[in-house]
Design a protein. Structure first.
Length: 223
């Protein structure tokens, strides 16, 4: 579980990294907004701690941009009362905020609480696809694709990590309890069936991309 820390002041970043790590979570620190966006796209952190005042892109804009492709929980670090008003008033999609100077203990408590409350809403929903983990089914604009258990696990994994390439081994690990019992070819067969089921509901879409020599990825219109 990686917490992304976006903060241009090293002393504050150090404090946050230390606090996060002392709670048994991993921390990754970036100093500007662009690096934060790149990191969230590529690495899918569990939560983002986002400073408002960044050297390149304002924290508010970073948050807005993240929200176009990810529902990762975001906690703002704000320095001024005026920033709090903006966090609350702009409907940026931030989950919480902590004001500077903050106590590391307060921050980690907020991180934990936001991670907990993000679990139920971590149901991936993208481009009309909705993965219902309790029911082990994927709906496409409300229509059940009728996936088998393995197909469900594979497609839910691809949707959750939309844009990211999964190797056949990674898909196998995600779907099978005993990954070694299966072969690459099995993954290809399941992918083929999943594509047919998607086409059965909407022949115009084919969101699963084959990445030659790498594996598969879910291509989102929102990425
Ligand atoms: Ca700053």
């Amino acid at each position: 579980m990686i917490i992304l820390i976006v903060e241009d002041e090293p002393s504050i970043a150090d404090t946050v990294v230390y606090a996060v790590k002392s709670e048994g979570m991993d921390a990754h620190w970036v100093k500007n907004g662009q690096d934060a966006l790149d990191y969230v796209r590529q690495n899918h952190p569990a939560l983002v701690v986002l400073d408002v005042g960044l050297p390149d892109i304002q924290g508010f804009d970073v948050c807005r941009q993240i929200r176009t492709f990810s529902s990762v929980p975001i906690i703002f670090l704000t320095a001024k009362d005026s920033e709090i008003d903006q966090v609350l008033g702009l409907e940026l999609g931030a989950d919480d905020y902590v004001t500077k100077p903050f106590s590391p203990r307060v921050l980690t408590a907020r991180i934990r609480s936001n991670l907990r409350s993000s679990q139920p809403s971590a149901i991936p929903s993208l481009d009309g696809f909705h993965a219902d983990h309790d029911g082990k089914r994927v709906l496409l604009r409300g229509h059940d694709l009728g996936l088998t258990r393995y197909e469900f696990e594979m497609l839910a994994t691809l949707i959750k990590g939309a844009g990211r390439v999964y190797s056949r081994q990674q898909l196998m690990d995600a779907a099978w309890d005993e990954p070694d019992a299966s072969y690459d070819r099995t993954i290809d067969t399941h992918i083929k069936t999943i594509r047919q089921k998607i086409k059965g509901i909407d022949p115009a879409i084919d969101p699963i991309e084959t990445r030659r020599g790498l594996g598969y990825s879910f291509r989102s219109e929102r990425l």
